[in-house]
Design a protein around this ligand. Sequence first.
Ligand SMILES: Cc1cc2nc3c(=O)[nH]c(=O)nc-3n(C[C@H](O)[C@H](O)[C@H](O)COP(=O)(O)OP(=O)(O)OC[C@H]3O[C@@H](n4cnc5c(N)ncnc54)[C@H](O)[C@@H]3O)c2cc1C
Length: 571
Amino acid sequence: MAGTWKGRLEILGKTEVLVIGSGGAALRAALSAAEQGAAVIVLTKGVFGKSGATYCSVAEIGAFNVPDGAIDPEDTPDVFYQDIMDAALGMADPRLVRILADEAIEAKEYLERGGMQFARKKDGGYMGYRACFSSRARSHVVQNHFQPIMHTLLRLAAQSRISVMEHTAAVDLIVQDGACIGAYVLRDGTVQAVLAKSVILAAGGGSTLFRRNLYPDTITGDGYAMAWRAGARMENMEFLQAGIGLAWPQPNLFGNQLWQMMPRITNGEGERFLARYAGGAASEAEIISKKGGHFPFSTRDCSKYVEIAVQSEIRQGRPTPRGNVYLDFLEADFSEMFRRNPDFKEIWQLTYDRFRELGVDLYREKIEIACFAHAINGGVRIDAQGASTVPGLYAAGEIAAGPHGADRLGGNMALTCQVFGKRAGAAAAAYARAVGESCMRTETAERERERLRGFGSVSREMCRRLLEEAQETADRTLLIVRDQAGLQQFLKESDMWLEQLRTGDSADDRVPLEELLSLESRIITGRMIAMAALRRRESRGSHFRRDYPVADPAFAAPYGFSAADARQGGE
Ligand SMILES: Cc1cc2nc3c(=O)[nH]c(=O)nc-3n(C[C@H](O)[C@H](O)[C@H](O)COP(=O)(O)OP(=O)(O)OC[C@H]3O[C@@H](n4cnc5c(N)ncnc54)[C@H](O)[C@@H]3O)c2cc1C
């Protein structure tokens, strides 16, 4: 199989702290480790700093939560803490939530000291709003999604002594004697090793597992798959955020603040169908006004019928010719809303301009919407220092689990990247100072060579077909509406996709190893979601089981698991 190595495994680099990824969490972690005096290598798939969800702009604004009272004077870290815990429905770690609430202000100040500008209103005050699941307005607005955060961190990184390896994908973590000592990486088609005393996994989420998603193509769940194979404990994988987005001409998030305008949703035949799916439990007006409380789907209130109805109407009902449903503001009274809420007017203008750029006029046209996969709230279980259960392995950012629960406040993910990125960087540097250098043994590398040799020769056509099948099945069985039969079907079919990646089809136009690995990572991420969702026989927050539609106190604790549990038949 192309991509494995001949003879001895080449060592591409050696460092104290290796950071995998170059998004918001990775760069904050790298800066923090470098600030502690550690030698740091950042390695990343794609272009340095421009390849992840933090940089990618599929939303006009990003929300960054800071309980500094600048937007609502009544807000405090204590109120923020309580909001996170209420949203989490028992699934977040209170210690990590306390840290997040207490260190948010410092995270914002660090970025501002680095030159970052949060959006301001015409009167000079911070622009802000009450984001999903929040009781107070505390989301500071970052214009152009989170690009200003990335520009700031990239500028700071350029002034530090961080080494960068771009267009270099981590393939697996090197685990020897139970500890993580680096990563196997794929560069220019060859697998090599980067050795480190500690490793910070900050490879982002995995939502391109779904056909309808808001993520850049680089975000394929590699981090979850690598951590899983390394034996790390995973948690809360069933809590995946998904919600309504613009489906055409280009995907874009449809923020919760827009639902205040009470848009109308219709199917391909012009019928208003939401109330039909609620079966008398709520009126259309009640459903839509609740949706203003949060962008992601949640079973906590009657807004759930928006996504359930949209997803079902597209699958079994009367979709638009492009396979979506319509949404419009044609009957909305904007002047009245702007008079009542001048702050909304400024944020609305950012959205309106963005949708104009994408080719739709929100005042005058029906737009097409559908359900899209968003961030994953679970992942590698971390402690207060960002440490995973594997010695030497840390995690930060979307990939890390613990600070979020069944529902997550909008504006908390970007913040978590900064708060726990900083902590993971400092702790990984301290760990690196404390341990001696490990010498990688031949048999360690041989295990990885055997694994990679297991891939067959897969043609471009076969790879495309498997990806399509996996994404279609994930949309159908894991996104929004789940049930036992669908989850079992995902697991069964994923066994076959993984098997086909091993057998291949021996065609001439074989795809490079990196593409096979990205596909495998997506499938493994989907398997973790399915396994966790199958076990959680209830509905809670973002996790909805059609066959168990209400919350059950028997499932009131987070569900964690590792590859070892699965091998022992725990799954
Ligand atoms: C449309 C949209 C809107 C959002 N809005 C908000 C919001 O308003 N507020 C909020 O808090 N959050 C929001 N989020 C979520 C948030 O943006 C992301 O969860 C967060 O930016 C993830 O940051 P990260 O640093 O963990 O990962 P990313 O920024 O995704 O970076 C991951 C990095 O890992 C690299 N990588 C991946 N695999 C490998 C590999 N195998 N080897 C090497 N490198 C690898 C990637 O190239 C990338 O550099 C939004 C997300 C989207 C998509």
